[in-house]
Design a binder for this molecule. Sequence first.
Ligand SMILES: NC(=O)c1ccc[n+]([C@@H]2O[C@H](COP(=O)([O-])OP(=O)(O)OC[C@H]3O[C@@H](n4cnc5c(N)ncnc54)[C@H](OP(=O)(O)O)[C@@H]3O)[C@@H](O)[C@H]2O)c1
Length: 210
Amino acid sequence: MPGRTAWFGLMDAGVPKPGETLVVSGAAGAVGSLVAQFGKRAGCRVFGIAGGARKCRFLTDTLKLDGAIDYRANSDTAALAAELKRLTGGVDVYFDNVGGWITDAVIPLIKRRARIIICGAISQYQGGLDRPDMGPRLLQHMLYQRATIQGILARDFVHRMDEMKAIVAPWVQRGEIVFEETIVDGFDNLPSALNSLFEGKNLGKLLVRI
Ligand SMILES: NC(=O)c1ccc[n+]([C@@H]2O[C@H](COP(=O)([O-])OP(=O)(O)OC[C@H]3O[C@@H](n4cnc5c(N)ncnc54)[C@H](OP(=O)(O)O)[C@@H]3O)[C@@H](O)[C@H]2O)c1
């Protein structure tokens, strides 16, 4: 499911082109880490946003991204935007897994005809999804840059799995795609494992082994 989300979200809604700049939030997670790798394969310059030095090293050293930005070290919108601008110069495609103030830092950096893909808003799942001050803002940037925002849902692409597998499966079989898993043991640990998603304890896909 994360693979399907990443593949169709990026390729169908993001339409990445060689040489374009792709920014991915939640980049060290299950969906984000695949989006980042698919973006590299599409010929983009790819920058990931993630929490902490360990995850940022994973993005640059293991996934070979062009840059990683630690949102915990740049912990407000202005600081994160400044660092993003310095590293990227501007954003053609933004794949958003987290929403909130991190997305506020990215939107003013979009370039002409940018595509913004709304995949998730995990930073607001524990309250805030309906708060107007965290809602859709900065939309004047869409106007001037003739940009688009598109929500994507994994279930809409179930019938196209064969199409994805035909392209992606050989990459997986050749060991060219990194898919980290963080495994927690024990049924009783399900609630704490779920909650750990909101603290960023997982690298790649979080699984509970029963
Ligand atoms: N549209 C769809 O069909 C679809 C399908 C699957 C998933 N999703 C969405 O895609 C997103 C990623 O899902 P996933 O399964 O791949 O999870 P994930 O990225 O593997 O795990 C969640 C990650 O989100 C980050 N995070 C948590 N709270 C945060 C906060 N307050 N601010 C910034 N980052 C925060 C953490 O990474 P850090 O350590 O970097 O903070 C955490 O590791 C979620 O929003 C999910 O709901 C959507």
